[in-house]
Ligand binder design. Sequence first.
Ligand code: PLP
Length: 443
Amino acid sequence: PSRQEVSYFGAGPAPLPTSVVEAGAKAFVNYNDSGLGLGEISHRSPTANKILADAKANLSTLLDIPDNYEILFMQGGGSGEFSAVVQNLVPVWIERRRRRAEAEILKANPGTEKDQLNELVYQRLQKEVDEELKLDYLITGSWSLKASQEAAKLVGSKYVNVALDARKANDGKFGKIPTEETWSLTPTKREGGKGSAFVYFCDNETVDGVEFQSFPKSLEAQGQDEEDERLVVADMSSNFISRKVDVSKYAVIFGGAQKNIGVTGITLAIVRKDLLPPHTATPPPTLLHRLNIGGLPGPVVLDYATIAKNNSLYNTLPIFNLWIAGQVMADLVSEFGAQKVSGQEAVANKKAQLIYGALDKYPAVYQVVPDKSIRSRMNICFRVSGGDDAKEKEFIAGAEKRLLQGLKGHRSVGGMRASNYNAVPLENVQKLVQYLEDFANGQ
Ligand code: PLP
């Protein structure tokens, strides 16, 4: 079949706008009549620099990214960022504690010799790391679970505070987000505690079809004091540029490109600049080594400060993949103009409502997996006839006949998953809705 005939609802890699892949095919062979394709040019060439600058500018426009944020293009996927956030933000915590310790020791004993001061600071930090270092994780689906496991592997499970395991309130399964009062975040200073290095959540859980409907209230800033700050990290791999985001609420937002932005091979990270040098440059590696916290300092390709200092070109960036992402963003900017990402949000909401509407119309035939309060607009997970194996097979076979593809759910959840990413055209959603109606009426 041709591209136009197939409606693809895969969860990632996911469909791209046809205009972008067609232009991409040309650019891969001979970019702008230069005689070379984009997979062949230097990442340090003026052409590559322009592609990089345009991609940054368009992402900035779409999401209204404030000036005090750095946009980084990296590799290693969303999974690489599970490690990167630990590797980059734990040293920020250490550096803040180091500065506090140094100031207090000097206040009590002015004129302490440098070597002695360093030793006293080290001893105090060793104790503080042991007793107070905490990384808060909200586990609402398989990707935040994986991220928390990676953190535990890197720095040790005793430092990971599972502030929420959504399975506990839902028969051992993901699919609900319990109210915030039930979460056990590490208390900040204002709350009578010492705060955590960061709070991590996954904005949209691709496998489980669970999406935070808004920014959690309990993660809102509580004041200017760094001891009252919660550094918030969000994985937006599967709902990036699909709705308005107040970037200023986050320390780090990251995501792999292969759902809403482009092809696999590029990872985006939006990082607050004050969390980069001097914080990650200091404490010096020797202090980190002496403190002996698991996987720190960590690989240089995941070091935000290094990537930022080198304008995302510390090592070879895949320029073809970057161009695709840049093109997708440029098209959204020109399509929605002043509406920016809110324009795309309206489209995403409309498409999601059409699909959920059809599913809800036939409760005997279709059962949406997650709770209504946290349904994802991007990954719509449902069962057919309560998960009856024969009926689900029949559903898939009927869908395939109409060239509705990629509807099988993740193996850990089962059933169906219709992914409704930005590049899924409204008409493909309408074809799916028609099939949902026809299949239900045939039962
Ligand atoms: N986070 C989320 C929400 C995802 O959906 C995925 C992949 O599907 C990942 C992280 C992992 O991304 P990658 O495969 O790029 O490492």
